[in-house]
Design a protein around this ligand. Structure first.
Ligand code: URA
Length: 218
């Protein structure tokens, strides 16, 4: 499948497992978002942050990436610290937060069972990721949060995974003056286990931001 759409339609039929989960959750929680979560941020962004997939009580509930769960608290705090947002993140899609020169999306736009999309689901959703990348005229850097985002981006660019291994803090040349930066995902699991510290996360995002903006900020 190819698409010009940077965001899937609300009733995207591509992945039977995810459609079924969405249908069940619409019954169980009719007040939740329960749909493919659109990207959020600045259409002129030079930095695109690519997460894994919406969390059950986060983006799937609220409709904005990383909004409503722990991973978002760390992500948005780091974005603010690096001068990439205006306003106060309050874990609600109507908190008035504005991203500056930065956009957030997910490799998979629908909630996957147990937070684990399967390969076919990642592949089905890649055209939306690539359409989002194509829709950003000023893009210079992508920050992949975790291996799944990293690999989906590489596949989308037709690059060999063996030539670009995922490693926290690594940078990869994607061609067309674009660079991919890697970070461990800012999940509660990764910070609780010490795999990712706040300082490690900030450094990875700072590197991506500095390359993207080409003029170090705070
Ligand atoms: N919320 C998202 O939107 N994406 C993730 O990868 C994790 C939480």
């Amino acid at each position: 499948m190819t698409t010009d759409l940077a965001d899937p339609p609300g009733d995207c039929p591509q992945c039977p497992r995810l459609v079924e989960l969405r249908r069940d959750l619409r019954q169980e929680h009719p007040d939740w978002f329960n749909a493919p979560v659109p990207s959020f941020g600045d259409p002129d962004a030079r930095l695109l942050i690519v997460g894994l997939a919406p969390g059950l009580n986060g983006a799937n509930r609220t409709g904005r990436p990383f909004t409503g769960d722990y991973a978002g608290d760390l992500l948005y705090a780091t974005i603010a610290k690096l001068g990439l947002s205006e306003g106060q993140f309050q874990s609600r899609p109507d908190d008035g937060l504005v991203l500056k020169d930065c956009m957030i999306t997910n490799a998979v736009r629908c909630l996957p069972p147990a937070n684990k999309p399967v390969g076919a689901e990642i592949n089905n959703c890649r055209p939306f990721l690539m359409a989002q990348i194509d829709a950003l005229p000023n893009l210079r850097a992508l920050l992949a949060l975790g291996r799944i985002a990293h690999e989906s981006i590489l596949r989308g660019f037709g690059l060999r995974l063996a030539d670009h291994k995922f490693a926290h803090g690594a940078a990869h040349d994607l061609g067309k003056d674009l660079r991919l930066y890697d970070s461990y995902h800012c999940s509660r699991y990764n910070t609780n286990t010490g795999r990712l510290t706040e300082a490690m996360f900030e450094t990875a995002m700072r590197d991506a931001r500095d390359w993207a903006l080409n003029d170090p900020l705070p």
